[in-house]
Design a protein around this ligand. Sequence first.
Ligand SMILES: Nc1ncnc2c1ncn2[C@@H]1O[C@H](COP(=O)(O)OP(=O)(O)OP(=O)(O)O)[C@@H](O)[C@H]1O
Ligand SMILES: [Mg+2]
Length: 326
Amino acid sequence: MSQGAAAPLLEVRQLSVILEPHSGPRFEAVSGVSFALRPGETFCLVGESGCGKSMTALAVMGLVPPVARVSGEILFEGKNLVGCPERELSRVRGRRIGMVFQEPMTSLNPVLRVGLQVSEVLEWHLGLSRREAMARTTELFRMVGIPSPERRVEDYPCQLSGGLRQRVMIAMAMACGPRLILADEPTTALDVTMQGQILSLLRDLGTTMGTGLLLITHDLGVVAAMADTVGVMYAGCMVEKAPAGALLGKPLHPYTQGLMRSMPTLEHLGKEQLDTIPGAVPQPGNRPEGCLFAPRCPRASARCAQRPPSIHTEGREVSCWLYADG
Ligand SMILES: Nc1ncnc2c1ncn2[C@@H]1O[C@H](COP(=O)(O)OP(=O)(O)OP(=O)(O)O)[C@@H](O)[C@H]1O
Ligand SMILES: [Mg+2]
């Protein structure tokens, strides 16, 4: 929910992530991406696979792979996290910024009881005793809707369903009362009912605690239900950034238009064939000089051989020559 003119919680300015793999060419996984998020707001990142959404979120957490170089600014509560020593970042991560990933099995330790995994976070960041931390963990499990939390804290991850594991991840992300939660496709692996419950949990955090949410999703239904603002990424660049209502009502960038015809929504599921955008995202190291989307764009013209500027129009930012003349 929008909080008017509150200072940004997160302000990402000209973020670039350059990957230098041991084999293969170096390439920009994220190129000059900028956006801001205020307390209580949800910013959704959308785009096809490989467009740099996860890498953007990982950069905010300071968790990019070792072959990555990050430049630009990531101002969290006014402090630049780029170049911040690991010692300081580890105090922010998990305490001021929580994370929820798509597949909780890869983020939870399979050989530790789930209650212990959450209570260790509380002991580490907040200095609680084991007993206090376990009591708080049980309370968190109750808050995220895990039935019989006193019993469930004793379970190992494999004893829980996918939906319950994702609730444990959300409990862990919420544990220290973070100001910001990064959620990378948090509901993709869940059925529709569970998906709705998890999303309303995340939304409630924004409403009641003013927690900001950076949400990555492939689902336009999720965007419509959750987003205040949407950023559309293509081949590492933010090609359109707009208030959710404006973007869903009238996408401007031809890529956003194609994406909207190709993205599933709850209503679409199983009912009709979705369109696909012809062609594929350009391979790293083989990106066109001009507009990155031009080779796939139904409206491309000669001037698309030049990289388009970022244009402010109709209350949004769009990188497309179609809007260059006002
Ligand atoms: N650990 C890594 N090492 C090298 N390249 C990577 C690594 N992780 C991601 N990449 C590359 O970085 C680019 C951006 O990937 P990213 O994971 O951010 O995409 P994404 O938009 O999250 O896609 P998806 O929707 O599939 O999750 C891709 O070209 C990907 O192949
Ligand atoms: Mg991803």
